[in-house]
Design a protein around this ligand. Sequence first.
Ligand code: ZLS
Ligand code: CA
Ligand code: ZN
Length: 377
Amino acid sequence: PPIAEMRSKDRISYFYDGDVGSVYFGPNHPMKPHRLSMTHHLVLSYDLHNKMEIYRPHKAYPVELAQFHSADYVEFLHRITPDSQHLFSHELAKYNLGEDCPVFENLFEFCQIYAGGTIDAARRLNNQVCDIAINWAGGLHHAKKCEASGFCYINDLVLGILELLKHHPRVLYIDIDVHHGDGVEEAFYFTDRVMTVSFHKYGDMFFPGTGDVKEIGEREGKFYAINVPLKDGIDDTSFNRLFKTIISKVVETYLPGAIVLQCGADSLAGDRLGCFNLSIDGHAECVRFVKKFNLPLLVTGGGGYTKENVARCWTVETGVLLDTELPNEIPDNEYIKYFAPECALRIPSGHIENLNSKSYLSTIKMQVLENLRSIQH
Ligand code: ZLS
Ligand code: CA
Ligand code: ZN
């Protein structure tokens, strides 16, 4: 290739703590942190650890968590245990702890680890010691200032963005989890220093119920929140076309200094909670596309409830970020039993009907692009 096109490979920092995999939300709870150790083992089996710097994140201190969350909420998460919770029914209700967000063993330490990973990732990007930082344990986008929501207790994404804002005037947040990234949107709803863009299922009371295309931010933040509400069954072709059109225009208009990409894997076909029809390659194409902007990039996990597919997806995406093609046959490893019998890395999309008509998608796209035209930097 001509010299102008040559770029040495990106420097990647990857954050992982072996303790997260044993965290247990309780019987029947869809969130299974074991998917994180499955992902890590799959990453190791493809030898990807030799191509990036692997770090154990620090456990975020209560004061760091309180940069976004209220001190009383952080203090309560710190103090509460499964054995003592029956004494605090008033506080449990106040902080929305219960069925979706249960109190389990080592809850606070779990929060400290996944939030510590996203904060460390942002700090390494700020210090320019890496180009891309990955924390698959992070991406818990529903948590609010004073309450838990949708399996999320601490909003690591907000904490990571606040860290990036110390070095960058504008940060772009992109969310491809099947659920609306409401916690991140809400945190920055009134500012133009963060643009939030979420693609999600919307309608039929799907959780959390927000994320209409008409939700665009307010005051200084007007036009700096973008929502792309979708129906069941969206496939690779429609999703990738819409994603690329919107994100190109967003980057061209907003000129962010850094990008945070939440890669929730519940937008994959066959997810236990999701209803989209993306293949792993379709999902990973979004990551490939965002990487091409060559901006400091913080990548997190998020949802993902069919855990073998979550591990597959985030391993393929680690490969994409490393510019490394991964052979489809999974190399033998300690966790191979989870990927049997085919032991194939990539899953195809399913056969469910795409309820997003061409005219529906084009209306949404037009409304989003129209709002973007109102911004002048
Ligand atoms: O974006 O839909 C809801 C709220 C409810 C229905 C479920 N009940 C328990 C509470 C009230 C309206 N909650 C969603 C939350 C989805 C969070 C997605 C997180 C993310 O991917 C980022 C990490 C929901 N969907 C499914 C469940 N909750 C759910 C299913 C099964 C169970 C078992 C454990 C607990 C109670 C029974 C539970 C929740
Ligand atoms: Ca989303
Ligand atoms: Zn989700």
